[in-house]
Structures are given as structure tokens and as C-alpha cells.
Write a protein that binds this ligand. Structure first.
Ligand SMILES: Cc1ncc(COP(=O)(O)O)c(C=O)c1O
Length: 358
């Protein structure tokens, strides 16, 4: 079975990360995470270099992972039973997190325009006007790989402020934004965004560190910073030591060359996938993503039902993610992880394509 589903990549780690972790193991440095493991400085520098984003290091906190950060923030900006807007198709745990925080999911699907996937601002405004208290944004968006535009983010911030709502922006895929696309950190987009927004991010997707447990919460305005400062200290203590060490190494300038080579490999694969789909699965619809290593592919025209991944798994022994798990908008879709070698990608799509000829 070829596994192209869980959001991990198959590439060797950045050498600075391997060296840091190996050294820690050699030393037996496996205890608690120190209060200031160096992430604030490392991320501030990374954000400036890679995104042109000036972050105040005093407004950075760490926690165990992005989804825990999201839940803890939502708990503080909503009351039990409040509605939280999500934009499906979206990373399935978003719904679980809203519920874990005591909220109710208010689904405002992305819209597909000729230019690509985008936020439905009118739909979001309608939900905010009807009382939704928060937006759980995914930027870049999983599964579509959309990097939301500056204009849309600024408009979202204005709407949120007008209706007294908060925006929690999951930016875990930002470090793997392709050079041709401009990732705009939500809290940096305007003064209004700084007043209503929280970013939650990590080195864990681009650098493949998800098991090590370290994420960052970043704010830019006094109100959101006070909320983060009011989180229980345990939220920060849950940061994994190896995750913290690996994040410092990932965000360091010496890992830039590795990150650039990752982006180059993903760029080749995202384009290769378009060719492979045309060759083996004609009728598939796919927009090349601007960030990350996940592809959102519409196989609805093939007549394989709402969940084409089931047949592909059963008969071709290739695991893609089922589209419907991202919301009803995912009927007929699969999500393909192309963070692998071109050979694995070729083999996976060819195997799925063989079902068409069978
Ligand atoms: C958009 C998004 N957010 C969060 C996560 C999970 O992050 P964490 O393991 O840090 O909770 C993923 C994992 O793929 C993701 O794609």
C-alpha cells in the first residue's frame, strides 16, 4: 500500500535539526523544556527573513501543538454554545476543536472562482451579523493550498472587528508557501487584524516535526496579547523539549537552504501531479496549490461516487484522504500528499489510473 494521506513528508530532516536532536540524545538532555528555549528570537528572525513580517518577540508564546493552541484560544474568546465560522472544505479536526472549545461550527464554505478558492466574505458577514463570535481561519488553507489574499484578509479583519468577533488564524503551512505566492500573516494585515487576531503556527509541517510537539501563538495587538498572557501557564509548559529544540534549528538561517530545496522539490511535484492526472486520470480537476504538499483533486467526473478514495484504496492499494471528511463540499474529491519522491507519486497515480482502464 502506498500511503499518500497523513500530512507528513518523506524527506530527510534538515541537517541542523538532526544534529541538534542527536546531540540532545547523546547528552541525555531529555527533561523539561526551559522557559525560554530560544524560539521567540528564532521565529522573529525567520518571520522577518521569510515573510517580511516584523514580530515583537514578547508577543510569542509556545504550546504543544497548533490544534491545542487553537482550542485554548477559542475557549477564551467564545462562550459555550457560541458559533465559530469555519471555511470547508477544511482540515477535519477544525470541527472537533471548535466543539472541544465548547463552540458550535458555523460552516461558510470557500468559494471557487476562476482565480481559485477564496473566502466567501458575504457569507462570513452574514454569519457574523447573525451572532458568530469567532472565525477559525486556515491560511494557507488545507486542503486547497490557497494562500489568502491581502485584500480578503484585510476585509475579514474589518468584518470581525465590526461585529466584535475574533479571528484565530492557523498558519501551520505558511513556511512551505511557494516563492511565487505571497503569504500574508493575518495579524500583520492591518491594525484591525492586530486588534482581533491570533496566529498559531509551527515549524512542524514544512520541517516534518509534528511528533515533537511545539507550536507558537503570535499576536500583534494589546487585546489579543492580554488574552494569551492570561492562558494557564500549563499551556506553555506543554511545549515538547525536542519540538522546541527542533523549531529553533528549523527557524535558524542555516536551515534556509534546506527549506528552499524542499520548496523546489514540492514545486516539481505539484506540477508533476498535474501531468500525471492528465495522463492517468483524465477528467480529474486540480488547481496547483500555492503552499504545502497537499493537493485537492476532484475525481467526481470519474463516476466513482462521493468517496473515490475508498475504491482507490481497496483496488489500487493507494491511500489518499477521503474528500468527504473535509466537509460535504469534498464529495467526489481526494486529498493527495505529494510530499514524497516523484517515483512514489508516479506509481500512486498510475495505479489509480489503472482502475479506469480495468
Ligand atoms: C491546517 C492544519 N492545522 C493543524 C494541523 C495539525 O497541527 P498540530 O499537529 O500542530 O496540532 C495540521 C496537520 O496537518 C494542519 O494541516
Amino acid at each position: 500500500m502506498l500511503p499518500l494521506f497523513v500530512a507528513e513528508t518523506d524527506f530527510p530532516l534538515a541537517p541542523a535539526i538532526t544534529a541538534t536532536l542527536a546531540r540532545a540524545v547523546e547528552l541525555g538532555d531529555t527533561g523539561y523544556t526551559p522557559p525560554q528555549p530560544g524560539i521567540r528570537e528564532a521565529f522573529t528572525d525567520f518571520a522577518q527573513r521569510r515573510f517580511g513580517w516584523t514580530v515583537n518577540p514578547a508577543r510569542i508564546r509556545t504550546t504543544c501543538d497548533v490544534m491545542m493552541g487553537v482550542v485554548e484560544l477559542l475557549r477564551r474568546v467564545i462562550e459555550p454554545g457560541d458559533r465559530v465560522i469555519t471555511n470547508p472544505p477544511v482540515y477535519p479536526p477544525f470541527e472537533m476543536c471548535v466543539e472541544e472549545a465548547g463552540g458550535v461550527v458555523d460552516r461558510v464554505p470557500l468559494r471557487e472562482s476562476a482565480a481559485g478558492w477564496e473566502l466567501d466574505l458575504a457569507g462570513i458577514e452574514a454569519s457574523l451579523a447573525a451572532g458568530a463570535r469567532a472565525v477559525l481561519l486556515c491560511n494557507p488553507h488545507n486542503p486547497t493550498g490557497t494562500v489568502h489574499s491581502r485584500e480578503h484578509l484585510a476585509a475579514l479583519a474589518e468584518l470581525a472587528e465590526r461585529y466584535g468577533a475574533s479571528v484565530v488564524s492557523d498558519e501551520i503551512h505558511a513556511p512551505s508557501t511557494q516563492p511565487g505566492a505571497a503569504f500574508v500573516p493575518f495579524v500583520s494585515v492591518s491594525d484591525a487584524a492586530a486588534r482581533v487576531g491570533f496566529a498559531v503556527t509551527s515549524a512542524s509541517k514544512a520541517f516534518n516535526l509534528a511528533g515533537l510537539k511545539c507550536a507558537l501563538i503570535v499576536t500583534a495587538g494589546d487585546g489579543p496579547t492580554a488574552i494569551v498572557d492570561g492562558l494557564p501557564p500549563e499551556v506553555e509548559w506543554r511545549t515538547g523539549l525536542f519540538g522546541a529544540m527542533a523549531a529553533v534549528a528549523a527557524f535558524a538561517p542555516e536551515s534556509d537552504a534546506w527549506l528552499d530545496s524542499l520548496l523546489a522539490a514540492l514545486d516539481e511535484n505539484r506540477r508533476l501531479l498535474a501531468q500525471l492526472l492528465e495522463e492517468h486520470l483524465p477528467g480529474a480537476r486540480y488547481r496547483i496549490p500555492d503552499a504545502g504538499f497537499l493537493a485537492w483533486v476532484d475525481l467526481g467526473a470519474l463516476g466513482w461516487g462521493d468517496d473515490p478514495s475508498a475504491r482507490i484504496l481497496e483496488e489500487a492499494r493507494v491511500a489518499f484522504n477521503p474528500g468527504p471528511s473535509f466537509g460535504p463540499e469534498g464529495a467526489g474529491y481526494v486529498r493527495i500528499n505529494f510530499g514524497c519522491s516523484p517515483e512514489v507519486l508516479r506509481e500512486a497515480v498510475a495505479r489509480a489510473g489503472a482502475l479506469l482502464r480495468a
